[in-house]
Structure formats: structure tokens, C-alpha cells
Design a protein around this ligand. Structure first.
Ligand code: ATP
Length: 201
């Protein structure tokens, strides 16, 4: 299966772009969705988290208190490393299974931390959705119920714009209006169909 890696920083427009590819019939494997499910209620990963942090890591209903855990690992890098060592192999396994099971001319692996977590090694080509940091701040503030300070923390924890661009084979600039995206996606899609077909033959 020919795999396109799709990445971009917080609020850059990955989901908007991957929805456009999906509307062309391309399956999208979303690393964020997998990362959330890996630690759902009654999973071995959640049991390990509870063993390490106790009941404070859980909500009343027994599901993970994601806000608590997010704060914890922001504040304590060792705990972040522990959590990554627990979850990353599980996430990678799921990613590979879903990529293998995909049934479209090519498949997209969408991951905010594609570069940071070295998921590029599973990709034949990397597409970066690029915007200025000011656009990231503005769109994320508008979309999410988060503080400006939390956005700065997330920006600091992600790869820099330049690091992502260095890993890119293709770039979509999304500082402009939404209408600019569809023609760019349509053109790239035609190229990817050709790459995928020649990889098969
Ligand atoms: P995250 O990694 O934070 O989940 P993302 O990269 O998937 O974000 P989107 O959710 O696609 O980004 O886009 C962020 C927000 O910006 C959304 O509310 C989306 O509707 C909006 N948006 C995306 N592209 C544009 C655009 N060109 N003009 C205006 N708004 C846009």
C-alpha cells in the first residue's frame, strides 16, 4: 500500500485537508484517533496508567481523565517519557494494521507528530500543511476552548515550522481562504494516484 504522510502543526488544517482527500475516496488513518482509543476505558494501557498514577488519573465513570494526564505530562517530562514508552508501540501497531487493511488507491496517514515521532518511515511521501504561527494561534483559539497559554505550550512541544518543511515532499500553504484548498488537493491527488499506480506495477 502506497502511504502518504500528512502533517502540520496545531490548527494548521490537517483535518480540513484530509477530509478533502477522503471526499476523493482516499482512506485516512488518523494517528490522533488511534492514540485516543488506545487508552480508552477497559484497555491494558489505561490499567497501566491507573497502576502508576492511581485513581486521580480517572474520571468518576472510570474513563481516563485526559485533562489531568495532559497537565501531568506537560509538567513532568519523565512521566511523558514513561507514557510515550507505554503507548507508542501500541499506536504504531494499530497504525500499521489500519494501513494494511486500507482499501483505496493509496492511503493517508495523518499525524500531528509525524515528524517528531518518526512516523515518516512508514510513508512513501510526506505532505505538510503549512501556515504561519499567527494563523495557528488564531484558528486554534477560535476552534477550541483553550487558553492562549495552552496554545503556546503546544506550539513549543511540536516540531518547528522549519523542521516540518524539511521533512516535506509537498507543501500546501493554508494561510489563505478555505476555497484555495480544494484545487491544491485535486492536483496533488492526481499525482499521488500516479505514484501509487507505478509503485504497484
Ligand atoms: P489540530 O491538529 O489542532 O486538530 P488540524 O491541523 O486538524 O488541527 P483543522 O481542524 O483542519 O486543523 O483546522 C483548524 C481550524 O481552522 C478549524 O476550525 C478549521 O475549520 C479552520 N480552517 C482550516 N483551514 C482554514 C482556512 N483556510 N481558512 C479559515 N479557517 C480554516
Amino acid at each position: 500500500m502506497w502511504v502518504l504522510g500528512l502533517t502540520g502543526g496545531i490548527g494548521s488544517g490537517k483535518t480540513t485537508v484530509s477530509d478533502l482527500f477522503a471526499s476523493q475516496g482516499i482512506e485516512v488513518v488518523d494517528a490522533d484517533v488511534i492514540a485516543r482509543h488506545i487508552i480508552d476505558k477497559d484497555t491494558p494501557a489505561l490499567a497501566a496508567v491507573t497502576e502508576r498514577f492511581g485513581g486521580q488519573a480517572l474520571q468518576q465513570d472510570g474513563a481516563l481523565n485526559r485533562a489531568w494526564l495532559r497537565e501531568k505530562i506537560f509538567a513532568e517530562p519523565d512521566e511523558k517519557q514513561w507514557l510515550n514508552e507505554l503507548t507508542h508501540p501500541l499506536i504504531r501497531k494499530q497504525i500499521l494494521e489500519q494501513l494494511k487493511a486500507a482499501d483505496s488507491p493509496y492511503v493517508i496517514l495523518s499525524a500531528p507528530l509525524l515528524v517528531e515521532n518518526n512516523l515518516t518511515k512508514f510513508c512513501d511521501r510526506v505532505l505538510v500543511v503549512d501556515v504561519s504561527e499567527d494563523t495557528q494561534r488564531e484558528r486554534t483559539l477560535k476552534r477550541d476552548n483553550v487558553s492562549a497559554e495552552q496554545i503556546e505550550q503546544i506550539l513549543a512541544a511540536q516540531a518547528t515550522r522549519q523542521d516540518r518543511l524539511n521533512a516535506a515532499d509537498d507543501v500546501i500553504n493554508n494561510d489563505g481562504p478555505l476555497e484555495d484548498l480544494a484545487p491544491q488537493v485535486a492536483k496533488l491527488h492526481q499525482n499521488y494516484l500516479k505514484f501509487a499506480a507505478s509503485a504497484r506495477s
